[in-house]
Design a protein around this ligand. Structure first.
Ligand SMILES: *[C@@H]1O[C@H](CO)[C@@H](O)[C@H](O)[C@H]1NC(C)=O
Ligand SMILES: *[C@@H]1O[C@H](CO)[C@@H](O)[C@H](O)[C@H]1NC(C)=O
Ligand SMILES: *[C@@H]1O[C@H](CO)[C@@H](O)[C@H](O)[C@H]1NC(C)=O
Ligand SMILES: *[C@@H]1O[C@H](CO)[C@@H](O)[C@H](O)[C@H]1NC(C)=O
Length: 374
């Protein structure tokens, strides 16, 4: 292997190393000088995915830490309940914060259970430190952080990262700590933002108006999750504000995730006709038939994906068939309860662009796998 490697040009070696996990890449760097040069080249580090495993001894061998200068996109995975993994992630983020000028994309993912009452202050502090120095950061994805994000972090990202193109905040917590005022400030500080993921209660009429301002860059994606008490209490922006936004950004797609915290009234208030809903995920404790009917009525032209978690009923079957008949542009339908055969037929016949569906005619062991078309 060493002999073979010695004869390979550096670019080829680098390409091979770029496919290796970090640990193997570090080992390769120790083999010989030629391998070390290839293993520390920018091709290898441009897109880096690091998983802070519990068994990992030391995160990054010291001779590789300068490689962080080459990292453009970093995906960092850790397990917050494991002390070692957590510390390794914080150490790495802190190291990044010291060298962050080249960083363009950061995605953080947590695995496993988080300890009870854990606010993740240490991890969030390290993220904030990266935001303070990564002035070229374009993409920040914090959706898989199980910690409540607050105004301070959003403001830090706003002022530290004026180049932001996309920002996705935590979407698995049950509390929302981000006020519309911070989102407004973010929009002002980051004129190139085109994709945002937030809780519904972080979005006010003023936020939609700011997005619809004549000098804003085209805005493409607004992912909204409605799951916290704050979301249930907040009044959703009025339909006119949505209509104006849609008129200003005809390409805008809205992704809506509605979770059990919402009452039927709340759901009806959110599902207004002018929202350009492309993805709708319903996981409600109350009625689901009504919302499916509303979706068929309001979003026939824009809906691409529908996901439904509900109990089986004849009314739901009928509502789904109605929706299949209206939403010709649908690409995906995933229903996590058994449906009657005519529902499956309706989607297969009426939605020519369907490419993936989960429509089961009898109970199957979980997890239910989708059926892919062509
Ligand atoms: C890094 O990832 C981006 C986006 O996924 C991709 O467009 C780019 O080609 C990748 N760069 C390298 C050097 O692998
Ligand atoms: C929530 O995060 C997951 C990834 O963890 C993503 O697939 C989903 O689209 C997000 N939902 C919203 C509304 O942002
Ligand atoms: C949401 O539902 C709750 C309970 O029904 C109600 O108290 C609250 O006013 C509703 N909020 C909005 C904005 O409709
Ligand atoms: C749906 O809601 C239930 C009850 O709150 C929750 O346990 C489950 O994780 C949710 N499913 C998804 C996919 O969000």
């Amino acid at each position: 292997m060493v002999e073979l490697g010695e004869n390979l040009p550096e670019e080829v070696l680098a390409l091979v190393f770029s496919l290796l996990p970090l640990r193997d890449c570090a080992a390769a760097a120790g083999v010989c000088k030629a391998w070390a040069t290839a293993a520390t080249s920018s091709v290898v580090w441009h897109n880096t995915s690091i998983s802070c495993d519990c068994e990992l001894e030391s995160m990054l061998p010291p001779h590789l830490s300068t490689c962080l200068d080459h990292v453009h996109n970093l995906r960092l995975e850790c397990e917050p309940s494991c002390k070692r993994s957590r510390q390794a992630a914080i150490e790495l983020l802190t190291m990044m914060a010291g060298r962050a000028p080249g960083l363009r994309g950061l995605r953080l993912e947590c695995r496993g259970e988080k300890p009870l009452f854990d606010a993740g202050r240490d991890i969030l502090g390290a993220v904030s430190a990266v935001c303070r120095t990564a002035s070229k950061l374009s993409h920040l994805d914090l959706r898989r952080l199980p910690f409540t994000l607050d105004d301070a972090l959003v403001l830090q990202a706003a002022h530290g990262c004026p180049e932001l193109r996309s920002l996705f905040l935590d979407n698995h917590t049950l509390v929302n700590g981000v006020q519309p005022g911070s989102v407004l400030e973010l929009l002002k500080a980051c004129p190139h933002l085109r994709a945002l993921g937030l809780h519904l209660s972080s979005v006010s009429r003023a936020v939609l108006e700011a997005l619809a301002a004549p000098d804003r860059a085209p805005f493409e994606l607004l992912a909204l999750r409605c799951a916290c008490p704050e979301d249930a209490r907040a009044s959703p922006p009025p339909d006119e504000a949505w209509a104006a936004l849609r008129c200003r950004h005809p390409e805008l797609a809205v992704e809506l995730e509605l979770e059990p915290a919402l009452s039927e009234d709340n759901v009806t208030r959110i599902l207004q006709p002018a929202v350009p809903v492309a993805v709708l995920r319903l996981n409600l404790s109350g009625d689901t038939v009504g919302p499916v009917r509303i979706a068929a009525r309001h979003y026939a032209a824009t809906l691409r994906t529908l996901e439904v978690r509900a109990s089986r009923s004849r009314e739901l079957d009928a509502a789904l068939e109605e929706l299949a008949a209206c939403c010709a542009g649908l690409r995906e339908i995933h229903c996590f309860c058994v449906v009657r055969a005519s529902v499956l037929d309706a989607f297969r016949e009426r939605c020519p662009r369907l490419r993936s569906y989960t429509l089961k005619l009898k109970r199957e062991p979980h997890p239910w796998r989708p059926t892919l078309l062509r």
